[in-house]
Write a protein that binds this ligand. Structure first.
Ligand code: NAP
Length: 290
């Protein structure tokens, strides 16, 4: 990786709290090098009470753009000059572009989800699916599925069922989609729900390092070889959920691909250039030890 920077080097980065486990600096700095772009990507640990001040600093320092992660994805929206239609429907921003002092917010998780699922569009369309989770990532998943994949029914499953219920009402208001069934995350009662789903998406943090032995279900008869199982967790990339589903013959999709594709869209927004995604994906797999 290059180590010479000068006056014209454009700064990009990540703000969040905590941020130390992020792979984004690895992804973007390698991509800048491969494309020979004079950019650098750094991580900044920003607490909620500092967010407003940090945004002023970003404008003052002409930082080109940045990614946003937990816990700022929702709160930052009201502090930006403009928010894309998609980010506004989802209710979360993960990428900001500084356009001559005006901050524009986007949600590129949608691109990561779309690119990961796109090869299975025909299978998903018109079929029943299950989404587990009701946080920011689940919102982006639900938006993308309704907008681009047209499932016949979405089972919305969450540990706190009330949050799934709120999400159902939210998406009815925003997108007029009403084929939802909400359920509590209680695996023994979900075997048939999962089994009847063409696609199962884990949009919770269950299974993430260091709790890598956990899974939203450990019941192997929840899966069939006709299914697609997508886990947004990327550390580890081969989660217990994916191992279990693969053992039953299901197609499994890990969170690393989504991570690279959401980064690619942010990269494009900041630089106007495309990211060499296949190369970056391979480098990332090596980096995380796949
Ligand atoms: P979030 O807003 O904090 O939501 C967390 C969700 O996980 C909630 O639905 C929560 O349920 C559920 N949950 C947490 N711990 C649980 C447990 N022990 N048992 C059952 N459910 C549990 O987080 P987020 O931003 O949506 O992110 C969710 C996951 O997606 C994270 O692992 C994140 O790393 C991943 N992600 C990946 C990418 C990618 O590019 N691959 C991008 C974005 C996010 P309750 O409502 O009951 O609390």
């Amino acid at each position: 990786m290059k180590n010479t920077y000068h006056l014209n080097t454009k700064l990009t980065g990540l703000i969040g709290h905590p941020i130390k486990h992020s792979y984004s600096p690895f992804i973007h700095n390698i991509a800048f090098d491969l494309k020979k772009l004079d950019f650098i990507y750094l991580s900044f640990d920003v607490t909620p009470s500092n967010l407003r001040t940090v945004l002023k600093g970003i404008v003052g320092l002409s930082i080109r753009g940045f990614n946003v992660t937990i816990p700022h994805k929702e709160n930052i929206m009201q502090l930006l000059n403009e928010v894309s239609d998609e980010a506004s429907i989802i209710g979360a921003v993960n990428t900001v572009v500084n356009d001559l002092g005006k901050l524009h917010g986007y949600n590129t998780d949608v691109d990561g989800i779309y690119e990961t699922l796109q090869p299975y569009k025909e299978e998903i369309s018109g079929n029943e699916i299950s989404v587990v989770g009701a946080g920011g990532a689940a919102r982006a998943v639900i938006y993308t599925l309704i907008r681009h994949f047209k499932p016949s029914k979405i089972n919305l499953i969450n540990r706190t069922e009330q949050r799934a219920e709120s999400l159902k009402n939210y998406f009815y208001d925003k997108m007029k989609y009403d084929s939802f069934m909400t359920k509590e995350l209680f695996p023994p009662q979900l075997v048939d729900v999962f089994k009847n789903s063409k696609l199962i998406v884990n949009a919770t943090s269950v299974g993430m390092f260091p709790e890598s032995d956990d899974s939203i279900t450990s019941l192997h008869d929840s899966f069939t070889k006709e299914q697609i199982v997508f886990d947004l967790v990327y550390n580890p990339s081969q989660t217990q959920l994916l191992k279990l589903a693969a053992a039953q013959g299901a197609v499994t999709l890990d969170g690393l691909k989504m991570l690279v594709y959401q980064a690619a869209k942010s990269f494009e927004l900041w630089t106007g250039e495309s990211m060499p995604v296949e190369q970056i994906y391979k480098s990332l797999q090596l980096y995380v030890g796949n």
